[in-house]
Design a protein around this ligand. Structure first.
Ligand SMILES: [Zn+2]
Length: 348
């Protein structure tokens, strides 16, 4: 019997460009939502763009959060219920978007993503990552109903956030390889379409790498487009597999061992150099990944990340324990092998 089914949830409106923040209300009107919005933000995006958002709606409550946590999610849910919010508008970098994503799931309403930094693919995807204690919880939720990415605003964000977004995209190369491997060895469900889209997204970004420069608004355009496309690949796959493999496990492990040292995208970029080495060996494509990262100005070594060599080896040898996701790390990399990989690739 043929009993397969798919349910693909995608953003309905994606607006990208110079000054599109002022078209937010139009993008929302086009969704035929009912009720008033609740604006979820954090102090600095609130300062930069809060009033521009509020000016477009008659009745909008605001919650400003200091950090992403489960308490923040609860607060948004409370305020959302109090105001009987019809939908959420998440304005900010990763934090308000992650929180709004989870809160909208609990409130049974949709949310609109208005990123002010192009630092990771969470701005478009249906995955939320919330820290708790020394670990992070990755939770599945619905993707945003709409994404309004104002390149003027994004171009003003600190440059390292943009290079982190680039590195998160470049890591799609190894994520797809891990997914294919898991498919071959463990019969994990694989989508050719999502895999190809994710890989092509990375290729297109690398081809445009020369236009990714500080002070160039086009950079924000290229990176956001790639983040949207990567988010679409995850929506099609119904999982984060197209954009998250062993390099992400490595990064999550760094978050546990050495929290808040480096940005997510930068960690997965360095992780991608290492896991590509495991995939294709000393003469393999790890050099292409390293070169792509260095062209956009993203870190390629432990030193660049501000993380010591021992911590990198520690994370690399224990990353496979993080979650039940089969990757090139298999049941673990020995310390000697980890040191060799990190030394040959110049990571340590
Ligand atoms: Zn990522």
């Amino acid at each position: 019997m043929f009993d397969k089914s798919t349910w693909i949830k995608l953003p309905r409106n994606v607006l990208q460009g110079h000054g599109v923040l002022d078209d937010l209300a139009d993008a929302v009107a086009d969704l035929y939502l009912s009720g008033d919005p609740l604006l979820v933000t954090s102090p600095s995006p609130e300062r930069i763009a809060g009033d521009r958002v509020r000016a477009q709606f008659d009745d909008v409550a605001t919650v400003s959060l200091d950090r992403a946590s489960f308490e923040s999610v609860e607060r948004v849910v409370e305020v959302g219920r109090e105001h009987d919010a019809g939908y959420l508008i998440a304005l900010g970098g990763g934090k308000p978007i992650d929180v709004a994503k989870m809160a909208s799931d609990e409130l049974n309403c949709g949310f609109v993503s208005v990123p002010t930094a192009a630092s990771h693919d969470g701005i478009v995807s249906g995955r939320s990552s919330i820290p708790e204690g020394d670990t992070r919880h990755s939770v599945a939720a619905d993707p945003p109903l709409a994404v309004v990415a104002d390149t003027e605003l994004l171009a003003e964000s600190p440059w390292e956030l943009t290079t982190a977004g680039c590195a998160d995209i470049i890591s799609n190369y190894t994520a797809v390889k891990d997914w294919e491997l898991a498919h071959r060895l463990k019969n994990v469900e694989y989508s050719e379409y999502a895999g190809a889209l994710s890989q092509m997204t990375a290729e297109m970004l690398v081809q445009s790498a020369d236009s990714i420069k500080p002070g160039l608004e086009e950079s924000a355009w290229i990176v956001t487009k790639a983040l949207v496309s990567s988010g679409v690949a995850m929506s099609i796959a119904g999982s984060s597999r197209p954009a998250s493999g062993a390099e992400h496990l490595f990064s999550h492990q760094l978050d546990r061992i050495a929290p808040n040292r480096a940005l997510h995208g930068h960690q997965v970029g360095v992780g991608s150099i290492l896991t590509e080495y495991f995939h294709s060996g000393p003469r393999g494509e790890w050099q292409d990944i390293r070169d792509a990262l260095s062209t956009v100005g993203a870190p390629t070594t432990a030193d660049d990340l501000g993380i010591d060599d021992e911590t990198v080896i520690d994370a690399l040898t224990t990353a496979h324990e993080i979650r039940d996701r089969y990757t090139i790390l298999g049941d673990g990399v020995s310390e000697d092998a980890a040191i060799e990989a990190a030394t040959i690739t110049g990571v340590i």
